[in-house]
Design a binder for this molecule. Structure first.
Ligand code: ATP
Length: 346
């Protein structure tokens, strides 16, 4: 199993202590965990349409240093089928990373269950069926790209360094020192490393962080190819255009709960209608009094609002002396803001 994660202590604690007999931990920043004989179990072929990930009513709380309880995940349920490309989307602190950690078996839910390929999450990671790419950390700066690939490939007999490097678009970077690679190039290296065990499930936590527009486009083309080859992809991202373009399905989470689970188009329709923006005098917001009105954001002197009945909202803003009123069909960004924001009545 190969873990590429900045959650060093977490992986070390769980895998290094609970699986010591079966696993060795080569600790040089990346968690490389394999059984001592280098015996990687062959991955069963996943069947399209079968459940790859089953998350059933999971909850997870933490205690802060000040002994306050944080409910990171609260009763979350969803199923991801083999071959799906699914985006986990939510504002900062929504519970995305905690959920991913539970799917990887790095941490366990306080209640509820997570199954990966109908087994324990850790077993799927152990057998190489799950591989993860985190957004940062986990690479040795002084090694070259090729050396990094070789070290990890040695843990996965039969893996093809050339193919994985080519699919991740880093063939030309083979002799470059990791420290000289840009953030986006390092990210592609992590991706190539994750491909080495030939995983059925790829979990990517903000995979394109640090990539420019072209690199992001190339990266997603490769991910698409991996999905078409039958791999299941779950990714967390803050880039809504990526969700729109690449995800078959979006699981939108807020405050540890799933608040929407559908295609990007359907979510846009659910959160439907138009965004209404206007220049408002102070205090106007409190006087709108139209049920279902949500404040999306206030920016550059304009207030952006949503109500399923945008005509009624427009009339109300006119009554209240709103100026420069604009009504525009909503983008996925708007839908995201609408679904994760609070109503003006709150
Ligand atoms: N080990 C921990 N100890 C205490 N609180 C934690 C711990 N891990 C996560 N949390 C808290 O749980 C909540 C969910 O965190 P999580 O990292 O899962 O969110 P996220 O959606 O991944 O956020 P981001 O987009 O900012 O990465 C946050 O309030 C976070 O501060």
């Amino acid at each position: 199993m190969t873990f590429i994660t900045p959650r060093h202590d977490e992986a070390h604690r769980i895998l290094g202590t609970t699986c010591q007999r079966r696993f060795s931990v080569i600790d040089w920043g990346v968690q490389h965990l394999t059984d001592p004989e280098g015996d990687i179990m062959s991955a069963p072929v996943s069947v399209p349409g079968q459940a790859a990930i089953e998350v059933d009513s999971i909850s997870k709380s933490f205690r802060t240093a000040g002994d306050e309880r944080v409910d990171a995940v609260r009763g979350m349920s969803f199923t991801i089928r083999s071959g799906e490309v699914v985006a986990l989307l939510g504002p900062n602190g929504a519970g995305k990373s905690t959920t991913i950690d539970m799917i990887l078996g790095l941490t366990h839910p306080d209640s509820g269950t997570v199954r990966v390929f109908d087994g324990a999450p850790l077993d799927a990671s152990r057998s190489g069926r799950t591989a993860a790419v985190a957004q940062s950390g986990g690479l040795l700066a002084e090694n070259t790209v090729q050396q990094t690939m070789r070290v990890i490939a040695a843990l996965h007999p039969g893996s093809s360094i050339g193919s994985c490097m080519s699919r991740a678009g880093i063939t030309d970077l083979a002799d470059r020192q990791v420290s000289k690679c840009s953030g986006g190039e390092q990210q592609r290296l992590r991706f190539a490393l994750a491909l080495l065990p030939d995983p059925d499930l790829l979990i990517l936590d903000e995979p394109t962080a640090g990539m420019d527009v072209r690199a992001r486009r190339d990266f997603w083309r490769e991910i698409r190819a991996e999905a078409q080859a039958g791999r299941t992809i779950l990714f967390a991202t803050h880039y809504l255009d990526e969700v729109d373009e690449f995800a078959d399905r979006v699981i939108l989470i807020k405050e540890g709960r799933v608040i929407a689970d559908d295609t990007a188009d359907a979510i846009r329709t659910t959160a439907g209608g138009c965004t209404v923006s206007a220049e408002l005098t102070p205090g106007t917001l409190d006087r709108i009094g139209l049920a279902g009105t949500r404040l999306l954001e206030e920016r550059s002197g304009r207030t952006y609002l949503h109500n399923p009945d945008s005509d009624a909202l427009t009339r109300r803003l006119l009554e209240l002396g709103g100026r420069g009123i604009r009504v525009v069909p909503r983008s996925l960004d708007d839908a995201f803001l609408a679904l994760t924001s609070t109503t003006t009545e709150n």
